[in-house]
Design a protein around this ligand. Structure first.
Ligand code: ASN
Ligand code: ZN
Length: 314
């Protein structure tokens, strides 16, 4: 969906004689060059029909009273704001597309996903998993899949697939820290914290700082993520371990972001986003790493060192 582009006119918002850069926040607080964000949250009411019934859109500031609807509403808004303000990106397609999200998908459904057209969230089984709208980084992770699809289009297999997964965790961590007002150093670098029900032995789905340490529980097994190329997992499961080997580029991002300091989104996040705009769909870790170094400007050595620490030596 496209909206009039004159809503946030560069001229109208620019101070005299100055043209703000695309995506910069103008004195009025609005993001220049990016239109007004639009999104709608639906409910599948425990069915698997999509998108289901519309419950709340961007014009409805008042909470619906359905916690999953309201978490999805707030999380999509925050993610769209981050894309606009940190990256100058106008929704997932950079053309102002309306984001559709559906909550209460299926019965005790233990996952969330981007189906190529919209976001989908299960309620969780209530024994191992909470509802999947609860952690805002999981929400941003799924919406980031849409961004990747519309940019690099990283194929969902092997190293390109692990990069696809990692980029989603990167944007998830950036969003979580942004919402909490944290710097890279202050962040906990956990993805999906709060998703496990009480009694499950785990902190989160993944740890970007210490891959392989997020959980160890009879119901789930042990977190299988490596944090170094020496431990890269060769498997045919999970599209060649896309949710496993993503630990390696995840840790590289954590190391780069903490070395650069400040806001993860505006520091290392911006560098990773720029790399996403330049790599081919079959990029491997080395190719993606080279693209981040290329985009890093004054931080090139910090970024190169971060990748070298996880065994991706350029
Ligand atoms: N939540 C998972 C993901 O976004 C769903 C999946 O594997 N398709 O990667
Ligand atoms: Zn994913």
């Amino acid at each position: 969906e496209r909206r009039p582009t004159d809503q946030v006119g560069l001229q109208a918002l620019a101070p005299d004689g100055e043209e703000p850069r695309y995506g910069e926040t103008a004195p009025g607080g609005e993001v220049t060059g990016v239109g007004q964000q639009v999104w709608t949250v639906h409910t599948a009411a425990s069915s698997t029909r999509l998108p289901g019934e519309a419950v709340r859109d961007e014009t409805q500031e008042a909470e619906s009273g359905d916690v999953a609807v309201d978490e999805a509403w707030t999380g999509v808004r925050a993610t769209l704001q981050m894309l606009a303000e940190a990256f100058g990106r106008d929704s997932f397609d950079d053309a102002g597309a309306r984001v559709l999200a559906t909550v209460h998908y299926g019965n005790k459904y233990d996952n969330a996903f981007w189906d190529g057209a919209q976001l989908v969230f299960g309620d969780g089984d209530g024994r191992v998993f909470e509802r999947f709208t609860k952690p805002v980084d999981v929400l941003a992770h799924e919406l980031a899949h849409a961004v990747t699809e519309h940019t690099a289009g990283l194929v969902y297999r092997g190293q390109a697939g692990a990069l696809n997964e990692s980029v989603s965790d990167v944007l998830g961590a950036c969003l979580k820290q942004r919402v909490l007002g944290q710097t890279a150093q202050e962040g906990d670098w956990l993805i999906g914290e709060g998703l496990f029900r009480p009694g499950i032995d785990g902190r989160a789905l993944r740890s970007m700082a210490e891959p392989g340490t997020a959980y160890d529980d009879p119901a789930l097994g042990r977190d299988p993520q490596p944090g170094h190329m020496d431990d890269y997992v060769v498997t045919s499961d999970d599209n060649g371990g896309v949710h496993i080997n993503s630990g390696i580029p995840n840790r590289a991002f954590h190391l780069a972001a903490t070395a650069i300091g400040g806001s993860s989104a505006e520091g290392a996040g911006r560098i990773w986003y720029d790399a996403l705009l330049s790599v081919p769909s079959d990029a491997d870790f080395e190719g993606f790493a080279a693209a981040t170094v290329e985009s890093a400007g004054e931080h090139a050595e910090a970024v190169r060192t971060a990748w070298a620490t996880v065994g991706v030596v350029l």
